[in-house]
Ligand binder design. Structure first.
Ligand code: ADP
Ligand code: ZN
Ligand code: ZN
Length: 742
């Protein structure tokens, strides 16, 4: 028996693996993640290493192989736990151990130190509030927003101010000139926010909140760790509950990780954690450089912080005694990695928590089918929070049948009902959001007579029509002239099939000339911080109407928005994808929930061609329970996750014929491996996108009840691929329970 060992886990070159023989006394004791002592180098200096796996044969001359000296007596250090987690991920999601380790371990990189700027408030609370009144009175919204943030936190990171609050330097300078605040320089790696003198007032919990906290805490205190799912409507106070749970876990000397989908869109939430935990909390945002990330990780390891907030990758924070992992908005797609190993943060968090005796708390207003299915099966504990903590009522939702609209002679993208409500809101100086549910597809052009669709010759995706009269491929950048007549049948009825955000913007502008319109989509947010700037402008009430795609329905609260129009609500239903219903429900429920967050009551209009579809009906009623029942029945019927497990084997190759052959061999081998086991094999199929940049793609699906069967089969396939040189020209990736069917 041989152990594969890495010596320096902080170095970028993790792929340097050394083999050592396992002495008989350590057989059965060593496991992945164990810290060991090994003789290293010419002088055989005793060196620390980590076991990452085992082999029955060694790749070198067995006579020259050295032996593992001993297992570390200090118990398993955090690095060892993370190595063990990487081994779990490799096993569960495929890929190599090196890929998994790179995902999980903090890697040191050489980098120069930077100087960070801080903005410090110079006024006391009373003066500050007076100044704030003044700015508001003068309608100086950016100044007001900055001052309000400073009144909450007297010292703000300049980068935070500039990037997240989106305050330009000119506004900061104006505050400096008026003696309101001062910009100072400080060495990096201190926390952006100083400990607050006055901690926020603790809230009196509602009964539901109290119950959630107690259920969690009664187990936790007894050393019983589990997974909890908080299903709570927006505004029911989930964040307050997380904060309380974390506070208690931290009080017992342990640490917590909070995963959020995207910092930029949940900035307000992040600030609340800051206010509560002061400089014991740290944020891991995606814009940190590798060096900054490493530093954050080291602060965590050395015990300088108790709480880490961040996206998916913050899950791997090397806390010495992790007690709790919170995953907010657990249904979000961003929790699934699109890089190998294609792990899901929810499952991986639960695996880590089990290894380290910690609990996991999931929260969502629209839980994923996976989470609710497990909660109903008793694997997770379900904590329901049905009421909003404040007085706000849910928005009133109207569903408009677009087929009827056409019959009534209205050819506009905006239904009569929506137009009336828009006029009303513009009159009242309240804000409107128009959401185009399009899942990121830009308007393609098609022929109304023969059905021809303009496609990229390299990528098998439809080309997008741009204003400059050209057709563009969003995958590879290919461009061509927009044709006047159909290249297939010569018809002149060729054009954009459906409206894009730009078109909606134009229509709104021509129909409501007095309205100030902002648009947020792929095009307007391309530049750095693009979407934050637009959101901030809308928050500053610099516009009456915000038109946009998916990105506008997440995150920020706009208290003055009292009308949300959901255009083409069913567009996402047409996606060829088993999660289409779930995604449609979530996005519609979320979009409708954007209306009426402030004091005023909100309304939403859902425009659809399929008003009877259950995803639309239940979203309009904001009835998650009814949606879940319908959706799970469909998944049961079709044998889709979470009822069964699906493994996608995605194969890509430059040569189409080779790809065909490769897939056939893979499928045949899979058939042999499966033997008597109940596994359904599907494909090889052409994925939705059959070709990217002249590389062809095919996918083979394996479907079965048991996840471990899929893992076994994946392992066998990996071995098969490794020993057959024929696969060298192919890239093969595994995706367990993919977020979409390819
Ligand atoms: P969620 O995370 O479920 O959307 P939040 O925790 O953000 O809900 O709560 C919504 C708002 O209600 C926040 O402003 C929060 O401070 C407030 N809030 C939550 N719980 C209470 C409570 N028990 N008493 C008073 N205000 C509360
Ligand atoms: Zn045609
Ligand atoms: Zn292309």
């Amino acid at each position: 028996m041989y152990a594969n060992i890495i010596i320096d886990i902080t170095h970028e070159k993790l792929d340097k693996i050394f083999q050592y023989a396992v002495p008989p006394r350590l057989e059965g004791i060593l496991a992945a993640g164990c810290e060991v002592e090994v003789p290293f180098g010419k002088g055989n200096r005793l060196t620390k290493g980590y076991v990452i796996g085992f082999a029955e044969q060694c790749d070198y001359d067995p006579a020259k192989i050295k032996e593992v000296r001993d297992i570390s007596q200090k118990g398993i250090a955090i690095e060892g736990k993370l190595v063990a987690l990487a081994a779990w991920m490799k096993d569960h999601y495929g890929g190599t151990m090196i890929q998994a380790l790179k995902m999980v371990l903090p890697i040191r990189q050489q980098e120069r130190e930077k100087v960070k700027k801080k903005l410090r408030l110079l006024l006391d609370g009373e003066e500050g509030r007076q100044k704030l009144e003044y700015y508001l009175h003068k309608n100086q919204r950016a100044r007001a927003r900055l001052l309000a943030a400073l009144l909450d936190d007297p010292v703000l990171d300049y980068e935070l101010v500039n990037k997240k609050l989106n305050i330009p330097l000119s506004v900061v300078r104006a505050l400096e000139e008026q003696g309101v605040a001062v910009l100072e320089s400080e060495r990096v790696y201190r926390n952006p926010v100083k400990h607050r003198e006055a901690a926020p007032k603790p809230v009196t919990f509602t009964e539901e909140q109290q119950y959630a906290v107690s259920r969690f805490w009664e187990d936790y205190e007894k050393g019983v760790y589990g997974t909890y799912l908080i299903h709570g409507v927006t505004g029911s106070g989930k964040t307050e509950v997380y904060i309380e749970m974390i506070r208690r876990a931290v009080e017992t000397g342990r640490q917590a990780i909070v995963l959020i989908p995207e910092i930029a869109l949940t900035f307000q939430t992040v600030m609340r954690f800051y206010r509560r935990f002061g400089d014991r909390v740290s944020i891991m945002h995606s814009r940190l450089s590798a060096g900054e990330r490493y530093d954050q990780m080291m602060r965590a390891k050395e015990g300088n912080i108790d709480v880490m907030i961040g996206p998916r990758s913050a899950l791997f924070t090397p806390f010495p005694d992790l007690g709790l992992i919170v995953i907010d908005e657990e249904h979000e797609n961003t929790y699934k990695s699109e890089q190998v190993p294609r792990y899901h943060a929810r499952e991986t968090a639960i695996a880590r928590a089990e290894m380290e005796q910690a609990s996991v708390v999931l929260g969502s207003a629209t839980p994923s089918l996976e989470a609710m299915y497990r909660a109903k099966a008793g694997i997770y504990q379900l904590l329901e929070m049905k009421n909003r903590s404040g007085q706000q009522e849910l928005a009133r939702v109207h569903t408009v049948d677009l087929r009827q609209e056409l019959k009534d002679g209205n050819r506009s993208i905006l239904s009569i009902r929506l137009q009336e409500l828009m006029a009303d809101r513009l009159e009242k100086k309240e804000q409107i959001m128009l959401f185009l549910n399009r899942r990121g597809y830009a308007g393609f052009i098609s022929c109304r007579e023969c059905g021809y669709v303009a496609k990229c010759p390299h990528c098998d995706v439809s080309l997008s029509s741009h204003r400059n009269g050209r057709l563009v491929c969003h995958y590879c950048g290919y461009e061509e002239e927009k044709p006047d007549t159909c290249p297939e049948c010569g018809s002149r009825h060729i054009g954009e099939f459906r409206a894009g955000t730009q078109q909606i913007e134009d229509i709104v502008k021509s129909q409501f000339p007095e309205a100030r319109v902002l648009r947020m989509d792929m095009d307007t947010t391309r530049e750095k911080d693009g979407h934050e700037k637009i959101l901030a402008a809308f928050a500053n009430e610099e516009a009456d109407v915000l038109v946009g795609t998916q990105m506008i329905v997440k995150g920020h609260d706009f208290p003055n928005v009292t009308l949300v129009g959901i255009l083409a609500a069913d567009m996402s239903l047409y996606a060829d994808d088993y999660r289409a219903g779930e995604r449609t429900f979530q996005i519609l429920a979320q979009a409708a929930g954007r209306a009426g967050r402030g004091q005023k009551k909100g309304e939403a209009v859902i425009q659809t061609y399929s008003p009877e579809h259950y995803a639309i009906v239940t979203a309009a009623a904001q009835d998650y329970g009814a949606f879940y029942e319908e959706e799970i029945r469909y998944r049961e019927l079709m044998g889709y996750p979470p009822v069964e497990n699906l493994l996608a084997v995605l194969v890509s190759c430059r040569d189409e014929a080779l790809l065909e052959t490769g897939c056939r061999y893979l499928k045949e081998y899979a058939l042999r491996v499966k033997g008597q086991k109940q596994v359904e094999l599907i494909g090889p199929a052409s994925p939705g996108i059959g070709k990217i940049n002249d590389i062809y793609r095919k996918v083979v699906y394996l479907k079965t009840k048991r996840y471990d069967t899929l893992v076994t089969m994946k392992n066998r396939l990996e071995q098969y691929i490794e020993v057959n040189a024929g696969f060298n020209t192919m890239r093969i990736q595994f995706d367990f329970n993919p977020m979409q069917v390819f």
